[in-house]
Design a protein around this ligand. Structure first.
Ligand code: ADP
Ligand code: MG
Length: 253
């Protein structure tokens, strides 16, 4: 039975999508069957893994709002063993369209139940908000992985996210746990990054991954080529660190 991990942080630009795509691709390269679920209307994970959004027939919107079977929206990617349920801009309406529907917070969980047994990992790339799409993701997940950018105010807003996690645990999904906190975009040339690491470790202690993702220009280039880092530039530092992260995720079970 697969493990479902949501990549969540209501701040944008912290590395959720980069981590979803590259962690997914690395786990697949290690032989795991992985389903990436793009639940951000921006669809960055979708295009980042080489899917042309204009050519997508069914996407996560159809699953959430129109009760399409999840299996009908799954597409293969350029990476063997890595599949995706894509997102298109159509999803932007879902946040509002879902409000009056029955069991609006558990729709993703129910939809994924049918496909979960086909995968070792399901990785959900959440939008930068704590609305219904993120609630659906947290309700459908066994664990949440929180990317935190190594910058001033790194911890700002995290109490809101943790509150949301607690509310989901209390009312919607008591099995949800914090998988880990991932430090991203470290600029090793500055002291600031080191200070932020210490601050985040003080707060989250052993929940912080040993792997820290540095700033790496190859990681920022790869999405525009529609490739994960391990195929775009397998020898880069970015590829190395995401493989390290995948190993950590594997050892966590
Ligand atoms: P989010 O999904 O949280 O909004 P992204 O993963 O899209 O964040 O990252 C925001 C931007 O930063 C993107 O342009 C991405 O390519 C870039 N980026 C992410 N991680 C790194 C990194 N380690 N080094 C350099 N650029 C990065
Ligand atoms: Mg994103």
């Amino acid at each position: 039975m697969g493990k479902t991990i949501a990549l969540a942080n209501q701040k944008g630009g912290v590395g959720k999508t980069t981590t979803a795509v590259n962690l997914g691709a690395c786990l697949a390269s290690m032989g795991k069957k992985v389903l990436l679920v793009d639940i951000d209307p921006q669809g960055n994970a979708t295009s980042g893994i080489g899917i042309e959004k204009a050519e997508v027939d069914y996407c996560i919107y159809d699953v959430l709002v129109d009760d399409l079977e999840a299996s009908k929206a799954i597409k293969p990617t350029i990476v063997e063993k890595l599949h995706i349920i894509p997102a298109t801009i159509q999803l932007a309406g879902a946040e509002i369209e879902l409000v009056p529907t029955i069991s609006r917070e558990v729709r993703l969980k129910r939809a994924l139940e049918d496909v979960k047994e086909n995968y070792d990992y399901i990785i959900i790339d959440c939008p930068p908000s704590l609305g219904l799409l993120t609630l659906n993701s947290l309700t459908a997940s066994d664990a949440v992985l929180i990317p935190v950018q190594c910058e001033y105010y790194a911890l700002e807003g995290l109490s809101q996210l943790l509150n949301t996690v607690r509310l989901v645990q209390k009312h919607l999904n008591q099995d949800l746990r914090i998988e880990g906190v991932l430090l991203t975009m470290l600029d090793a040339r500055t002291n600031l990054g080191i200070q932020v690491i210490e601050e985040v470790k003080k707060y989250f202690q052993d929940k912080v991954y040993r792997t820290v993702i540095p700033r790496n220009v190859r990681l920022s280039e790869a999405p525009s080529h529609g490739e994960p880092i391990i195929t775009y530039d397998p020898k880069s530092r970015g590829a190395e660190v995401y493989l390290d992260l995948a190993k950590e995720v594997l050892t966590n079970g």
